[in-house]
Design a protein around this ligand. Structure first.
Ligand code: CO
Length: 351
């Protein structure tokens, strides 16, 4: 599938953490032509097997979920109160357009309301708005009207911008963390079509990464891989006002290889293998600065008796916000590195 259409389809899919079914079904359709086996587990992970020429098993993981909100109270005037799901900077929530997905699958547009600036006292204007005083306004004027729209406590809410090409090579979207990683894995399947890989590949499109790496933990147990790679979108903080030591990764520098983050310290053997692979295939790469962020690799690494697990990421600006920015060349470098890993992991780590 053409890369732009693939990214659009995946980024626009609804998949608030814990409510990943729509994103999962989108992926199921995309991987169907290439998979030997597809199944969904109890938590909702999508496990996709591509059988290879040996029992050596490589797990490739990308998470399906995106950060969002959950309705936790509907007041008598029809305003929705909410809690956050995943790591938001709550200062950026006011005035964002949202979409509530109801239990019967309706999608209701709304906006995160707050008090208008005109009526604020000057000292209030300089302060972030506390989360408790924000609410979602869907234009309902009573709790009954909100119920009539299908809205109930527990409904998930997504924020964000539809996929858009800003200019050639640059794209905007709401969920590149981590649907861009999911897109990488679809591309890897395309690349391997018609070949027999040395190792058996099991791809896990994981649920609930944003709320504690929960899906990857149970998936790794089932897959029981010899080696694993988490494919992520990571923090490109190469923007004004950020000192270089605070920039975990940068746009344009290619595939980001993790050394250590909050969830794992990657084995030196894995880091060296990924670097050597990138050098041999002339793939542009960068080393992501420790110790920012955390990924599914942290949960995979400690599965069973331990798994040799690495992380390769696309540098993306403004992740964990309603709209992030990615340079397609960085995406392509990650596709090439993960494809090379999928092809060569047995040779690299087999003994
Ligand atoms: Co992520």
């Amino acid at each position: 599938m053409e890369t732009l259409r693939l990214l659009q389809t995946l980024s626009d899919a609804f998949g608030v953490t814990g409510f990943e079914d729509e994103a999962r079904e989108t992926l199921r359709t995309l991987v169907q032509p290439y998979a030997d086996e597809i199944r969904t587990d109890v938590l909702g992970n999508l496990l996709v097997t591509r059988r290879g020429g040996s029992g050596f098993t490589v797990m490739l993981d990308a998470h399906l979920d995106e950060i969002g909100l959950i309705v936790n109270y509907v007041d008598e005037r029809g305003f929705l109160h909410f809690a956050t799901l995943g790591g938001w900077d709550t200062r950026i929530l006011p005035a964002q357009a949202v979409m509530v997905r109801t239990r019967d699958g309706r999608k209701v547009r709304g906006v995160i309301g707050s008090q208008p600036p005109h009526i604020l006292k000057s000292e209030e204007r300089d302060k972030p708005i506390p989360l408790e005083s924000l609410f979602i306004d869907v234009g309902a004027s009573s709790a009954d009207q909100a119920a009539g729209l299908g809205i109930r406590v527990g409904d998930p809410v997504v924020l964000g911008h539809s996929f858009e090409v800003v200019r050639e090579g640059w794209v905007l979207g709401k969920a590149f963390d981590d649907r861009a990683g999911c897109a990488v894995l679809v591309k890897v399947l395309e690349e391997l079509a018609g070949t027999t890989p040395e190792a058996t590949l099991v791809m896990n499109f994981a649920v609930s990464e944003e709320t504690g790496l929960r899906g990857a933990r149970t998936a790794a147990f089932q897959i029981d891989p010899q080696v694993a790679l988490a494919v992520e979108a990571t923090v490109a903080a190469d923007v004004p006002g950020v000192a270089p030591p605070r920039q975990p990764a940068g746009v344009g520098k290619g595939a980001a290889i993790t050394l250590a983050d909050q969830s794992s310290i990657v084995s030196q053997r894995m880091v060296r293998a990924l670097e050597a692979l990138a050098q041999r295939h002339e793939i542009r790469y960068q080393l992501k600065l420790p110790l920012f962020g955390g990924t599914d690799a942290g949960a995979i690494q400690t599965s069973r008796a331990g798994v040799l697990a690495g992380v390769v990421s696309i540098p993306v600006r403004y992740i964990h916000s309603p709209v992030s920015l990615m340079w397609l060349d960085d995406f392509e470098q990650v596709v090439r590195l993960v494809t090379a890993f999928a092809r060569e992991a047995k040779t690299l780590f087999g003994q």
